[in-house]
Design a protein around this ligand. Structure first.
Ligand code: UDP
Length: 424
């Protein structure tokens, strides 16, 4: 089959046999049209995944298009509540009224099926699970849940679960997030991966990096702690400030940056969280909030992840956490928490630290600031770990695998339906 120049660039990073397996699988899928449906055009992990996958898969002749279902404020509030239930396991349930209003909105979202013809429908975002049920023409379909569903509220799981039988496959980011009661052959764990060639992850000289940090108001002569994440409550930015305050008692020159460009249209919580954090920071000039998307672009994210002294990820829930993969690729041993997605990436004491409480996380942060040799060694191990497990080719293989399963399963079923119709 025709080579993909974009994929072939990875010969410097991954085994040839992996690239060969990708080509073999892609060959059977050439010519298919995949329609991705999600709720946000930019910002967040889903946008990141799709923009990484698309250029290579298009070189294979697999056509990918994307349709954004824009939710209104009421639907976004419903989504935020559902995430609290599903991810956070907060007590409560989805009321009939909430459900009815949301389902009505979704059922009006795609009025012209003829505009959405595709070979496979790929539904991202947990809240869009009812789509396949609402639109019988949307077949075959796959639902990809990107959030942390390791410990869901059972009422919310039941609400989502009732819509899943219409899907050929349900995909999750880690094995721990897979719902218990779906048949194993109808589930798949999709390995995520980052593209090291895009401006966010590509090499950036110290000089360029320092200039980018200085342009964001950082004093580059002093130590810097950073968390790059949307301003969402499950990212727990308050603890970033708590850790910084403890570290400051030992290292008075330290500064902290909370970097989260506010561009995801569905992120209704972001401004509330930011406002709350600004109060929490009490005008401390060494606490930097960076949220303007005109200022925080790929190069700035790259600089913060690459040239901070320590990168934190304090999420209290995390489906996967691409920010951690990105920072590890840039030789950062991340100080994370024991949540689902971070446990899948960080090996405690080897390529980062898993520490839930503020004191322990502050202790490891000080250690990494003060012991350059330790940081360098663990950072190198972090980089190697990403190279071995979480680069784009691993995600492409997993993604093609999911397409193959959906396609084959759907056609086998159609054939058996035709055969039984012929025999009856
Ligand atoms: N991101 C970014 N700018 C920011 C904050 C985040 O580009 O200011 C990107 C980040 O680099 C990562 C994605 O948004 O690629 C976030 O993905 P993740 O899986 O960490 O979290 P999600 O937002 O999907 O919960």
């Amino acid at each position: 089959m025709k080579r993909s120049p974009q994929l072939d660039r990875y010969t410097q990073y991954v085994d040839r046999t992996l690239l060969d397996s990708i080509y073999q699988k892609a060959e059977t899928l050439t010519g298919l049209h995949i329609l991705h449906l999600n709720t946000t055009a930019t910002g967040g992990g889903v946008a990141e995944i799709l923009s990484a996958l698309t250029p290579v898969t298009e070189e294979f002749g697999i056509q990918q298009t994307r349709h954004i279902i824009e939710l209104d404020e009421q639907s976004n509030r419903f989504t935020a509540r559902l995430v609290d239930l599903l991810q956070g396991n907060v007590p409560g349930e989805v009321s009939d009224q909430e459900r009815r209003i949301f389902i009505k909105k979704l059922s009006e979202a795609l009025p012209h099926p003829e505009k959405f013809q595709a070979d496979i429908y790929y539904i991202h975002d947990f809240q869009l699970a009812p789509l396949a049920h609402l639109y019988p023409w949307m077949r075959p379909a796959l639902w990809f849940c990107h959030i942390d569903t390791a410990h869901p509220n059972l009422n919310a799981e039941h609400y989502i679960r009732q819509y899943l039988d219409e899907y050929e496959l349900c995909a999750f980011n880690t094995p721990i997030s897979v719902f218990d009661d779906i048949l194993p052959e109808k589930t798949q764990v999709i390995t995520l991966g980052i593209d090291p060639f895009v401006p966010k992850n590509a090499p950036l000289t110290r000089e360029q990096g320092m200039a980018a940090l200085a342009s964001c108001g950082i004093d580059t002569a002093r130590p810097l702690i950073t968390q790059v994440s949307r301003f969402g409550k499950w990212k727990n930015p308050w603890q970033v400030i708590d850790i910084y305050r403890q570290v400051k008692q030992q290292i008075p020159q330290v500064q902290v940056a909370l970097v989260g460009a506010m561009e995801a249209a569905d992120d209704i919580e972001a401004s509330e969280v930011l406002h709350d954090l600004q109060n929490y920071a009490q005008n401390d000039p060494d606490i930097h909030f960076l949220y303007d998307p005109a200022q925080i672009k790929a190069q700035e994210v790259n600089a913060f992840q690459r040239y901070s002294d320590v990168v934190l990820q304090r999420s209290s829930r995390e489906g996967f956490g691409l920010t951690v993969t990105e920072a590890m690729w840039k030789n950062q041993p991340v100080v994370g928490t024991s949540v689902t997605g971070l446990r899948a990436q960080i090996q405690h004491g080897h390529n980062g630290y898993i520490a839930d409480d503020t004191e322990t996380a502050a202790h490891h942060t000080c250690e990494l600031i003060q012991n350059r040799e330790l940081k360098q060694k663990m950072g190198q191990q972090a980089h190697e770990h990403v190279q071995q497990h979480f680069l784009l080719p691993m995600m492409i293989l997993s993604y093609l695998d999911s397409l193959e399963k959906v396609y084959q399963h759907h056609h086998t079923q159609q054939q058996s339906n035709t055969t039984s119709a012929a025999h009856s």
